[in-house]
Design a protein. Structure first.
Length: 301
């Protein structure tokens, strides 16, 4: 849901200035699904090999007779998902040009640092920052540019006019994605302490995590609200629906973080994923009505 929400934010940014392209956006959604499946499955494989304890907490037994619980299966399915991500990535590169290869290198490096190596970033306090970059500006701006230059000449430089909506939405989505990470750390604090995962919540405590979560929520929606007027949209007040809904949702999540018993805190992290997906979906729909007319020559519908 995080990845799809971020891609939809990029699609919304492209729609605002009439640059939406259905096919590139669809390929980007497929890419982010395969890439996240590859990273998540490799994370489980890495945990099984290093015996870090997370799989045990998730009630995944390496001694099960089921093939799907074996390290071999986890490694192979991760490789398969990575190959599918590479296949869709090649399609994106064919449409976007050489610069997409640089983005792909960043995604591969960030993904490896997050879930691989001797100390995966997801086991450190720096995880929310990496999540902010990966699911925020990097994804949203890239998705917008792929659509913006799909029909443009390779020699045509990208202007601020095309990139500005993506920067606003990318920063907003980044703060929302960081909150997804914080909520996940918040819910698994007890298990993380047991498994020596020095996450943000383990390092700074639940109270600080709640404060940072609330600050991120306010900043994310403030950026969305400001962009509605600085981008000179025809109906800026209509776009305020998105920050209003998402901020209300975030406030509800923040309150649940304070009041829910520990055994139900996993619900909190699920709600943050839904909120980011909701933000991308509503933004993409509203952008149809407040954005400029589509200037594409390749009309599918």
């Amino acid at each position: 849901m995080m990845g799809i929400g971020a891609v939809l934010c990029g699609d919304a940014a492209a729609k605002l200035h009439g640059n939406a392209e259905f096919f590139p956006a669809s390929i980007c959604i497929l890419f982010v699904i395969f890439a996240q499946l590859a990273a998540n499955t490799y994370n489980r494989y890495h945990d099984e090999v290093k015996q870090s304890g997370d799989n045990v907490d998730a009630h995944i037994s390496s001694h099960s007779s089921s093939l799907t619980d074996s390290p071999f299966f986890l490694k192979e399915i991760s490789t398969a998902m990575l190959l599918l991500a590479c296949m869709t990535g090649c399609s994106i590169a064919a449409m976007g040009g050489w610069w997409t290869l640089i983005v792909a290198a960043f995604i591969l490096a960030f993904g490896w640092l997050m879930v691989g190596g001797t100390t995966p970033i997801i086991r450190t306090p720096w995880s929310p920052l990496f999540t902010f970059i990966l699911f925020g500006p990097l994804t949203v701006i890239s998705v917008t540019l792929i659509q913006s230059i799909h029909e443009a000449s390779p020699e045509m430089p990208v202007s601020w006019f095309d990139v500005a909506p993506a920067i606003y939405l990318g920063l907003s989505a980044g703060f929302m994605a960081a909150n997804c990470n914080l909520a996940s750390n918040y819910a698994t604090m007890t298990q993380d302490i047991r498994n020596s995962r020095y996450t943000f919540t383990v390092t700074f405590g639940r109270r600080v995590t709640r404060i940072v979560f609330l600050i991120n929520a306010v900043i994310a929606q403030a950026i969305m609200a400001i962009s509605a007027f600085t981008l000179h949209l025809d109906h800026p007040y209509l776009t305020l629906i998105v920050p209003a809904v998402c901020l209300a949702f975030d406030l509800y999540i923040w309150w649940e973080m304070r009041t829910l018993p520990r055994y139900r805190l996993n619900e909190v992290s699920s709600l943050t994923y839904i909120n980011l997906l909701l933000m991308g979906l509503i933004s993409s729909i509203i952008a149809i009505f407040v954005g400029m007319p589509d200037d594409s020559h390749m009309i599918l519908f």
